[in-house]
Ligand binder design. Structure first.
Ligand code: IVH
Length: 675
């Protein structure tokens, strides 16, 4: 197609769109005060992309359209940094920090000096070069002297300005450095989705950020939740005076600067800062592994200079590690309710991050291969913000001779049938649906607190009942009444405990349909998806009749879920069990009262944060569900209301960012119609 002539009107519209998108990126990512919805943003972006496609001569390297990613890169060119990207020397205790301060003091003679303390972000250091105010090049640190040119990928990070939002004389050509990272919550969400989809999981947010920056397809990078904090500014031409002032300048230029940087008059204040953040690090949505201490005056920084590796004007003051080394005694595999085979590390018990750890998940075969984890190895056990222990590395130096790479078993450890790994998936599965491990896991899931919540039906009881062949599947639970006297005769059981169990099972018949749908354990159908399905189809009959396409059409439900729901109900065996549950009196439809249909809660999605005064969160949830609303665990753009209680957490910030309506307990009760 010959490129078309661009009329002034079109040029004007394109300029206006770019201007608007730039402003919204800045508002959203830097100020955290968005003024339009994601949908409105997407609409503007789509219009711009269409115009740029129709008029290729309009292409510009700093157009916000580069945020969506471009053509894949084959290889990243090597770039040489203008000034070496040094690393920091580490200190681990007050003594070492006081030593550092003494050195600074003696080198500066009698001059007074101040420090700036910053958080030490656990991400990837990058350098951004701006020419005439426009982002010209972005690179990784590499070996400090040379790094990879990953400009294309960095441009997709919406908090990195493509051009400076404010011009200052002499400051059009600058280099900015900072850290690219991923928030823990976003990382976990991404990993959960990957795990569910059988894809390779990332080890931690830092690895995930580093891996993402090296991807060849910037369109994929654009989908990943990367963020950026800047902490360094170096102009080509002019000389600046204070690091703390530079942070303010960076903010004016439109860069995200972490809000917790602090000017400290002396080393005692530095130690205070470190103590404070050692305590509070879990409150942050991203990982930090210490604080960075920098001499504030840039002139003094120059005077102090650097060694070959690190500056003399700064140090990293690290936190006590939440990692420890221990010995991997064995790798066992567990079988989940859909037959997923998960390798688990059996460890020499170690005390780390406040508790003793003797087991840790190893996710899947690829994870073990990637880290080359072998039985007998000394490994690093790490506790992340989520407190779930992980084996994060192998200490290769301590490897004993004669260890062999780990081999996944070829058969299920529980039932002996062959296990297989489908193409494109990271997991192995035991395909025998009668496998006792699967049978037990399915019943445990059914009885679980978040599902049918059957009291007295924990792991040990399920094990016993399945072992004695009293139950094969969860529908059998509702026939246990007939075996009452037999049960009473069993070891560890008496009249009272049997009655309690039977009462619990009876009580579960009142559980709303959404819980039932979650409890029956359809792959990929978590509690949230079950609610969406129920809200849409209202009964199991309608859901069973629905086509894959019908299900896929529901917002928040993807093709994978649709496929899996359809597959579940195609199975004769599953349909028979559902019928038995129905006959037993388990809820198979959503009862919608007249009151619910006319309630403002009907069809709306809620997220709770913080504690409520007049009811528990569980009660609030039940009431919302009873009126045909749904309750999610995390705030997203499909959330309608966030109910804000006492001590609300990070969900509040997210809601603010996304511009979601926030209500307090009083307003919530008004919606419920109870006040
Ligand atoms: S300043 C010469 N500030 O720590 C000083 N670095 O070991 C250069 N880092 O490669 C870095 N947070 O990846 C600085 N607030 C912060 C930082 C920070 C994290 C990382 C950065 C750097 C490494 C130095």
């Amino acid at each position: 197609m010959a490129s078309q002539k661009v009329s002034p009107a079109i040029q004007k519209r394109v300029d206006a769109l770019r201007e608007k998108l730039r402003e919204h990126d800045y508002r959203y990512y830097v100020l955290a005060r968005p003024s339009i919805s994601d949908e409105q943003y997407d609409k503007l972006m789509r219009e711009l992309l269409e115009l740029e496609q129709a008029y290729p001569s309009l292409a510009a390297p700093d157009s916000p359209s580069v945020r969506v990613g471009g053509e894949p890169t084959k290889e990243f060119p090597t770039v040489t940094h203008g000034a070496a990207m040094l690393s920091l020397s580490n200190t681990y205790n007050e003594e070492e920090v006081l030593d550092f301060d003494r050195r600074v003091k003696s080198l500066l003679g009698k001059e007074p000096y101040r420090y700036v303390c910053e958080l030490k972000f656990d991400g990837v250091a990058i350098s951004l070069v701006y020419e005439k105010g426009v982002l010209a090049r972005g690179a990784t640190r590499g070996d400090g002297t040379q790094g990879d040119d990953v400009t294309q990928n960095l441009k997709t990070i919406r908090s990195i300005p493509l051009r400076l939002v404010k011009e200052k004389k002499g400051l059009e050509d600058i280099e900015v450095r900072g850290e690219v990272f991923m928030e823990r919550g976003e990382f976990q969400k991404m990993n959960e989705e990957r795990e569910l989809a059988g894809e390779k999981v990332f080890i931690n947010p830092r690895n995930s950020a580093a891996g993402t920056l090296k991807l060849q397809d910037s369109k994929v990078v654009a989908q990943r939740p990367l963020k950026f904090f800047s902490y360094y500014l170096r102009p080509e031409k002019v000389k600046l005076t204070s690091h703390y002032e530079n942070l303010k300048l960076l903010k004016e230029f439109g860069f995200p600067v972490n809000e917790h940087a602090r000017l400290c008059k002396n080393i005692d204040e530095v130690i205070e800062y470190w103590k404070e953040w050692e305590e509070r690090r879990e409150d942050l949505p991203y990982d930090i592994d210490g604080v960075v201490v920098k001499v504030d005056s840039l002139r003094q920084q120059d005077r102090l200079g650097a060694t070959a590796k690190s500056p003399r004007w700064a140090i990293a003051f690290k936190f006590t590690a939440r990692k420890k080394e221990t010995v991997l005694k064995d790798i066992v595999v567990q079988v989940g309710r859909i037959g997923t085979i998960t390798p688990v590390a059996e460890l020499e018990p170690v005390f780390v991050g406040g508790s003793t750890v003797s087991r840790a998940t190893l996710h899947n075969e690829d994870y073990i291969k990637e880290l080359d984890i072998r039985i007998g190895d000394t490994v690093v056990v790490e506790k992340g913000g989520d407190v779930i222990p992980k084996v994060s590395a192998v200490v290769k130096d301590k490897r004993k001779s004669g260890t062999k790479p780990f081999q996944m078993p070829r058969t299920c450890p529980e039932c002996g049938s062959k296990i297989s790994r489908p193409d494109e998936e990271a997991n192995y599965y035991c395909n025998n649906t009668e496998c006792p491990a699967q049978v037990k896991a399915r019943i445990e899931h059914f009885a679980h607190r978040g599902a049918m919540d059957i009291e007295g039906l924990g792991e040990a009881v399920v094990e016993q009942l399945v072992g004695l062949k009293f139950v094969y599947n969860y529908a059998d639970l509702y026939d246990l009444q007939k075996k009452k006297s037999k049960l009473e005769g069993l070891e560890r059981w008496g009249e009272k405990s049997v009655q309690n169990l039977l009462d619990g099972i009876e009580e579960s018949k009142k559980k709303p349909f959404a819980r039932v749908l979650f409890a029956i354990g359809i792959r990929h159908v978590g509690a949230g998806v079950a609610q969406l399905l129920v809200r849409h189809f209202l009964s199991i009959d309608k859901l069973m009749k629905a086509s894959k396409e019908d299900i896929d059409d529901i917002p928040g439900v993807g093709p994978q879920i649709a496929e899996s729901v359809a597959e579940f109900f195609e199975d004769k065996h599953n349909r028979a069990i559902v019928e038995r549950l129905r006959k037993a009196g388990v809820q198979m439809e959503e009862k919608i009262s007249k009151a619910a249909k006319s309630s403002p809660v009907f069809g709306k999605s809620f997220v709770l944060t913080g504690g409520l005064e007049t009811m528990t969160r569980e009660e609030a949830k039940e009431q919302i569900l009873a009126l045909g609303g749904s309750v999610g665990s995390g705030v997203s753009k499909t959330t309608d209301y966030v109910i804000v209680g006492e001590g609300a957490g990070s969900k509040l910030d997210k809601a603010k960012k996304l511009g979601i309506k926030m209500i307090d307990e009083k307003e919530f009760k008004k919606l419920l119609g109870t006040k």
